[in-house]
Structure formats: C-alpha cells, structure tokens
Ligand binder design. Structure first.
Ligand code: ZN
Length: 371
C-alpha cells in the first residue's frame, strides 16, 4: 500500500472569501472568540523533527531531533502551525497554499492544474478561512495579513522523555512526479487533492535500512535518533477575534475525531511522527464583559475536560452541518485512522520498474495494495 493518499477537493466549490474581522467593536452583534488553548502532545510512534542547524559531520553519529536554545527537545511552533494550517485548509475548503505543485525544480509544474479560484489568496480583504486564521503572506504581493493565531513551541516534559534506538532511514526517494496518476484525478486534468500520510502500527518498528546507503558519494539516507513514543510535549495556542466558523474549524483541526491522529515531522512514509493533540484547557476572554463588568475573572472563563467539549460543541456541530464537505472528512478520517488497520504495510511500490510497467501507468493509489 502506498504510504500516502489524497483528500479530495470539491472543484465545484471554490474557497469562500471574506474580509477578516479583527475587532469586536467593529463587528456589531457577531460574537468573536479570543483566548488560548493549552495542548499536550503525545508521541504515538517514534518522532523525529529535523534540525537543519545540526548536521553531524560524522555519519556514524546519529542526528538528534530538534532542540530549543535550552537543549530541550522541541516541536517548533512553526511546524505545528504548518500542520494545523494544512488541516484547516482541508476541512475549511481553504485556498491551496501548501500544495506543492512544483516538483523537481519546475521540471513538472502541476500548479497550472489549479483553477484560479482555488489558488492562494492575494488580497487582504478577500481571504479564505485558512488565511483569515493563519495569515496570508504572498511572494509577489505587497499585502500581508498576519492572521489571528499564534502557536508557541511544544517543549518536552522532561520526565516523559525517552529516546528510540538510532536507525538508518529509508532512502529519501519520492515517487516520480511524472507518474501522473498519483497526482492527477481521474480526468487527468486536476490535481488529485491534498496529500496525507497513513499512520503505521505503533507496535511495529519503523521501516528502516541497516546501513548508510550512498549514490556515488552522496548519502541517500540518514542515521537518526528519534524520540520514543509516549514522550509528551506541551504548548500554548493563542487566538483572537475568531468568527464562529473560524473558531470551530480551528478546534476541529486540533481535536479531529476520537479515532484520528495527526502526523508531523520527518520520516512520515517510514511510520514516524504520529501524534495525539490533547486539549488540556481552553480559556475564553469575553472582552465586552471585561470592559463593562470588571470583576475578578476579567471576563475569562476556563474550560477543562467535559466542559471543554461542551464549550466547543455547538460551533463545531454547526460547522459539521453547514460547512464541512462529507467527502473531505471521510477521506481524512480514512487516511489518519487511529489505530491503523492491522497487517497493512505501507511503502512505495518497490518492485523494480513498477512505475514504468505499461499496465501500471494508469494505476491509482487504491491499486497499490499488493505492490
Ligand atoms: Zn487563502
């Protein structure tokens, strides 16, 4: 089975766009959500966050997962924001910013397969839900919108830290982009959707090599020491002036559903990087109460456990009913299913020349179960 699949895009429905609301006083009756969410992160499989600064000159010494300035293992806030943005774009029908249509340095460019109405937002008063929440920075545009959320680094809880045995990764080979049916839909005209990696069975070892592999003098794989599963991290997500649907999709992007997990970091095709985001405490700040009824809580309400689910229940239910595309949720639920189905081995089709066999040229990902 191929290690990833695509969440479909509904090409009939371009991302709705709006001017972002940024201040409660300017939005009249509309309720806006401001506050913060404390999140605990549990590694469900070994986890490795690449650190471009620490490339060991000695290939016999394993590279370590990312650490912050105080030598603590960390999942950077920027990685978490990228992860959540991707999920928000997917569930909220956002523009296609993270779609990487330019493979092999523009040799193959699928970006032209993306209809203009789906391309990255470019003006600050017409933003999709993902750009409203996470911000919009566009290469060739002078305009920026900083967004309404801020995510801190997730730092390890030292008492939970365990390291996995160092391992040699699989060679970092992606399927060739010219195998178009992996990237284009059945009409051959559109990209197939948003790419997500399946979770692997946490009781099995990650797929790996037993040595360093080289192409000529260039190493094709890496020697790394992942963080062991059950290690915990914690971080803080702050948000301000979210409209109800923005709050809902953000909470859904964090919590997903009970039988789903996120995936982050390096080595996703090998089975690394499955994580569980657990919402510890939601704090909502009611600015109107804060100004009109200055009291002991300053308009702050805290929600934990069952209260948390009650606090987000109505907006999230409404989001399911009115905005969420069922096919999209079905696809993501299937790919990010936790725990994964027993007995499935995920890897790129590795039979020699598989991609080049004439009978395989039109095969789609569902056909790779036995490849
Ligand atoms: Zn956008």
């Amino acid at each position: 089975m191929n290690p990833y699949d695509f969440v479909r895009i509904d090409w009939q429905t371009p991302p709705p766009r709006r001017a972002p609301s940024w201040h409660h006083r300017l939005t009249g009756e509309k309720k806006l959500y401001s506050g913060s969410l404390e999140i605990d992160i549990y590694a469900e499989t070994p986890l490795f966050i690449g650190d471009p600064r620490s490339v060991s000159p000695d290939p016999r010494k394993p590279a370590l997962s990312f650490k912050n300035g105080r030598d603590a293992y960390t999942i950077p806030g920027s990685s978490l924001k990228g992860l959540l943005r991707n999920v928000i774009e997917t569930l909220g029908n956002g523009c296609l910013t993270l779609f990487d249509g330019r493979y092999e340095r523009n040799k193959v460019d699928y970006y032209r397969e993306v209809a203009p109405a789906f391309q990255h937002c470019s003006t600050t008063n017409e933003l999709c839900i993902a750009c409203c929440i996470c911000g919009m920075l566009k290469d060739r545009s002078k305009e920026i919108f900083l967004g309404k959320i801020n995510i801190g680094d997730a730092v390890v809880k030292p008492e939970t830290l365990h390291l996995y045995d160092p391992l040699y990764t699989l060679p970092l080979m992606e399927p060739k982009p010219h195998h178009a049916s992996f990237y284009l839909d059945e009409s051959g005209k559109r990209i197939a959707g948003r790419k997500y990696y399946f979770h692997h069975n946490p009781d099995k070892e990650p797929a790996q090599e037993n040595r360093l592999i080289t192409f000529g003098r260039t190493p094709a794989n890496r020697y790394i020491q992942p963080i062991e599963r059950d290690t915990q991290f914690s971080c803080q997500l702050e948000f301000s002036n979210l409209e109800e649907d923005e709050f809902a999709v953000l909470m859904l992007a964090v919590t997903l559903e009970e039988n789903m997990r996120h995936k982050i970091g390096y080595g996703k095709p090998m089975g690394l990087g499955s994580i569980y985001l657990y919402p510890v405490r939601l704090t909502l700040i009611d600015y109107s109460a804060r100004y009109t009824r200055p009291g002991t809580t300053h308009g702050r309400s805290k929600y934990e456990g069952k209260q948390f689910w009650n606090a987000i229940g109505e907006p999230v239910d409404r989001f399911y009913d009115t905005m969420l595309n069922q096919n999209v949720m079905d696809d993501l639920r299937r790919i990010w299913l936790w725990q994964p189905e027993e007995g499935t081995i995920y890897r790129y089709p590795d039979k020699r020349g598989w991609f080049d066999l004439p009978q395989n040229r039109t095969k789609r990902i569902a056909d790779t179960w036995d490849a």
